[in-house]
Design a protein around this ligand. Structure first.
Ligand code: SMG
Ligand code: MG
Length: 374
């Protein structure tokens, strides 16, 4: 089997509604896609990967233009020189390149999809998952008013989501959380995500969230403040969950050891790929730390992979694996991700299990770069 990276595409998709977090508002999304090919017994099979880097370096330091450059000029050339390239080796080969986990993850994902398709195996099969569907939670952005927020949450409850996550920031926290808890009643799981908007001095304020019986508070403090998260976890009743801070297996182990991560949000892009994400799942499971699968406003490609990952046994909390229509009017896959009875099906087809809608893909493509060596 010979594998190679072929193409880097950028697409642009408008969001069905603006999505506001503590670091900004998005109305559309630029997304990088990578195409790989595997040749086996004279048959060529293609695979696709999706890069979760955002338009600007606000969630983390990675962003679309930076990821595109590092893929084109650094990462793809390194992989092009490897004989018998396999997805499982990508992380180690690219290890000497510091950072850029989202760019690396996209390359590993494209190769993984191509290899698995060539072998007629599913990603869920490779992971060895036992569930055929996963509970679906939805992430709700900051809204201009609490009434507008309640209207949006009501719509998601009607859609069947089994868990609500609210984005919060200083000035938009206690009041909206109280109102949404009032709307949900005591039984619907509710959690909040601050995307690093608070400081160590906010512990007393954040402790007031304890009144709302939240599943967790996600990433209240800056990415590099592990000790601050550990102190906060001791000071408040709501369990502290880390997202942005968990950049590797090592950091995850340290965060758990310090008491900074009572729960972990796993995102493959943030840690350099799905294979590393699985190892972080294993590590958390050994240490008794619950995990759930995060989302990065992916298309159906990334969501399909997330649905398989989230079916691993250690994912005991509902993830941000919501339906395609939560963000996109039209997805780029032929069978958009759907929420049925509050659950998303784990894809069973070969590779990541989704088929690209070529016409739609071409319609939203804004640029294409050839990754094959000249
Ligand atoms: O993909 O459903 C989704 C969005 C989930 O809230 C979500 N993601 O910090 O967890 C997070 C955010 C990061 C993306 S904001 C650009
Ligand atoms: Mg988050």
């Amino acid at each position: 089997m010979t594998a190679r990276l072929c193409e880097l595409r950028e697409i642009r998709l408008p969001l069905v509604a603006p999505f506001q977090t503590s670091f900004g508002t998005q109305t559309s999304r630029r997304i990088l896609l990578v195409r790989a090919e595997v040749e086996h017994d004279g048959v060529t099979t293609e695979g696709w990967g999706e890069c979760v880097a955002g338009d600007e370096p606000t969630y983390s330091s990675e962003y679309v233009d930076g990821a595109a450059l590092v893929i084109r000029d650094v990462l793809a050339p390194r992989l092009a020189g490897v004989t018998d390239l396999r997805a499982a080796d990508v992380a180690a080969i690219l290890g000497p390149v510091r950072g850029h986990p989202m760019a690396k993850a996209a390359l590993e994902m494209a190769l993984l999809d191509a290899e698995l398709r060539a072998e007629q195996r599913s990603f869920a099969g490779l992971l060895g998952v036992r569930r055929d569907r996963i509970p679906s939670g939805v992430s709700v952005g900051i809204h201009p008013t609490v009434d507008a927020l309640l209207a949006t949450v009501t719509g998601y409850l009607d859609d069947g989501y089994v868990r609500i996550k609210l984005k919060i920031e200083p000035g938009f926290d206690l009041e909206p959380v109280a109102a949404v808890r009032g709307l949900l009643g005591p039984d619907v799981p509710l959690q909040v995500d601050a995307n690093a908007a608070y400081t160590r001095h906010d512990a007393e304020h954040l402790a007031r969230l304890d009144a709302f019986d939240l599943l967790l508070i996600e990433q209240p403090l800056p990415e590099d403040d592990l000790l601050g998260h550990a102190e906060l976890a001791r000071a408040i009743g709501t369990p502290v969950c880390l997202d942005e801070s968990i950049t590797s297996e090592t950091v995850c182990a340290d965060a758990i050891e310090l008491g900074a991560a009572e729960i972990v949000n796993i995102k493959a892009g943030r840690v350099g790929g799905y294979l590393t994400a699985r190892r972080i799942h294993d590590l958390c499971r050994e240490r008794g730390i619950p995990v759930w699968c995060g989302g990065m406003l992916e298309t159906g490609i990334g969501r399909a992979a997330n649905a398989a990952l989230a079916a691993l046994d250690g994912f005991t909390l509902p993830g941000d694996v919501s339906a395609s229509r939560r963000f996109w009017a039209t997805d780029i896959v032929t069978e958009p991700i759907e929420v049925v009875d509050g659950h998303v099906a784990v894809p069973t087809g070969a590779g990541l299990g989704v088929t690209l809608d070529r016409e739609m893909l071409d319609r939203v493509t804004t640029s294409t770069v050839d990754l094959r060596p000249a």
